[in-house]
Design a binder for this molecule. Structure first.
Ligand code: 4AD
Ligand code: MG
Length: 479
């Protein structure tokens, strides 16, 4: 059996010495022909492997290079060196895979995040990305645990759809029709999608919500957690063309229940990472502090990463209406000094500069904004009694901006139909959705949490490209 090894994380947790172990991993550094820093991805802490002089042939020694993979059988001994309590004295060392030190892109020095983005196939082997992706994994696990413990059903909604859930039209088309202009056309010159694979026009999903609502109308509470796709041409540090979204949908929930669940959920995820990924968070916290030293004083965060997360855990999110938000912006010195690029008035879609002002300058904590103008929100949101705002809620987080978007849904058939008509959404194609309102409709609500934005929040990574393994952004689809 090959896999009779001890993982480095487990080994470093124990204090016992004197026993034999087998470890495998990748060489981070090799000093003085004697000290190997070995990493197997289970933790950022390297295992020190000591090779006694004369134990191994020179030809093998030369092959212990940064990036090479090795297998070591040895004895666990107390370490005299700084930084670790135990180390492994090698008895036998085998090279599993060589790594040409001249060509290996990850030299034992600090690389920029931009450089590592181009080496995304290898960057998991760095401390920063090791930490980020272990935390990402933990958060994904915690998401399932949170909902499972509450009795929610995990529903797999389709990736290929024929509807545009958000009505924003930023979709990637899915087709098997030829793209060389020979696809059959209708009389009016449009493409005849009857000839296409599904016999209609189809896209990659922008959200699993509409199908999620169908599930909630039977199971009461469901959640989705899967990839979603948006062809928005936004080259920002917060947008991906392919991102993961968690979308719970709950029958018998109003907007307030929805806000409570979302706040509880976010705090649960942060707490889970704090409890299970403490080392990685501490590492990233230090990394961030180092990075921020390069910035002018006024651009640095007031709190370190750990303090920020603790602060969010220990304080209730601020809850305000859209109208309050607009008033706060209008009354701000920032506005009076004309520092916003985009104009502020009731009815606008809040721009990220406005969101960031509210969370980072004004409230200095996460803020839940409710009651947005109907005109700027999706068709399915429940109309408020004022007839002009809807029961929408966005959660804005410091450093991120919008992290959650959700709403209470319009459960009243006539009102929903009227809204769809206003927004030119073809009711015939959505009759399956409207059926939930025809047969046993109930008040219900849900939200979508952008997974990568959540990972950004917990890891403090400023660019969303650094929290997903292989980022898809405009003009970029490597790996
Ligand atoms: O606000 P959005 O568009 O809401 C929905 O899709 C609803 N159907 C959710 C629901 O009620 N079930 O997107 C939800 C969240 C945003 O708040 C943001 O965190 C994230 O998804 N998001 C993105 N993340 C990365 N890249 C993008 N291009 C994103 N677009 C949205
Ligand atoms: Mg939104």
């Amino acid at each position: 059996m090959f896999n009779k090894r001890t993982k480095i994380k487990q080994l470093l947790q124990g204090e016992q010495t004197g026993h034999e172990v087998t470890v495998m991993g990748w060489v981070r550094t090799f000093r003085n022909n004697q000290f190997i820093a070995l990493n197997d991805g289970s933790t950022n802490n390297n295992l020190q492997v000591v090779v006694e002089l004369g134990l191994i042939d020179d030809t093998i020694l030369k092959r212990i290079t940064t990036g090479a993979s090795i297998k070591v059988d040895g004895i666990v001994v107390a370490s005299v060196g700084k930084g670790q309590t135990i180390e492994v004295k090698a008895k036998n060392l085998e090279i599993l895979g060589d790594s040409d030190a001249e060509k290996y892109p990850l030299q034992p020095k600090k690389h920029s995040l931009e450089f590592l983005r181009e080496k995304a196939h290898l960057r998991f082997r760095t401390n920063t990305f090791g930490s980020v992706f272990r935390i990402r994994h933990s958060l994904a696990f915690a998401i399932h645990k949170f909902f499972n413990d509450k009795g929610f059903v995990y529903l797999h909604t389709p990736i290929i759809t024929s509807s545009d859930a958000e009505g924003a039209g930023e979709m990637f088309r899915v087709t098997t029709l030829p793209i060389d202009g020979t696809a059959q056309k209708n009389e009016d010159g449009s493409i005849n999608f009857k000839e296409d694979f599904f016999g209609k026009s189809t896209n990659l999903t922008v959200s699993g919500q509409l199908e999620g609502e169908l599930g909630a109308m039977a199971f009461s509470e469901i959640y989705t957690f899967g990839p979603t796709f948006r062809a928005e041409n936004s080259n920002t540090t917060r947008h991906l063309a392919e991102f993961w979204m968690i979308e719970p949908e709950m029958a018998f929930f109003d907007i307030e229940d929805n806000m409570n669940l979302a706040e509880e959920f976010i705090k649960y995820l942060i707490q889970y990472a704090m409890d299970n990924n403490r080392d990685d968070i501490e590492f990233l916290s230090q990394r961030l502090a180092e990075e921020e030293k390069q910035l002018p004083q006024d651009k640095r965060s007031e709190l370190g990463l750990v303090e920020k997360l603790e602060f969010v855990l220990n304080n209730a999110f601020e809850r305000i209406t859209y109208t309050d938000a607009i008033n706060i912006l209008l009354e701000s010195n920032h506005y009076k000094k004309k520092k916003f690029t985009y104009d502020v008035k009731w009815g606008i879609d809040l721009q990220s500069e406005h969101e960031r002002y509210l969370v980072e300058k004004h409230f200095k904590k996460p803020v839940i904004v409710t009651g947005y103008p109907a005109a700027i929100k999706a068709f399915y949101m429940r109309m408020n009694d004022d007839g002009k705002t809807v029961a929408a809620m966005d959660i804005l987080a410091p450093g991120i901006g919008e992290i959650v978007g959700g709403s209470q849904r319009e459960e009243r058939l006539e009102k929903l139909e009227a809204r769809m008509k206003d927004m030119h959404i073809p009711a015939e194609e959505m009759s399956w959705y409207l059926d939930t309102r025809r047969f046993g409709t109930v008040p219900h609500a849900g939200f979508g949490l952008g997974f990568e934005r959540m990972v950004q929040f917990v890891t403090g990574m400023t660019n969303i490209r650094d929290v997903i393994a292989f980022a898809r952004t405009p003009k970029n689809c490597e790996f």
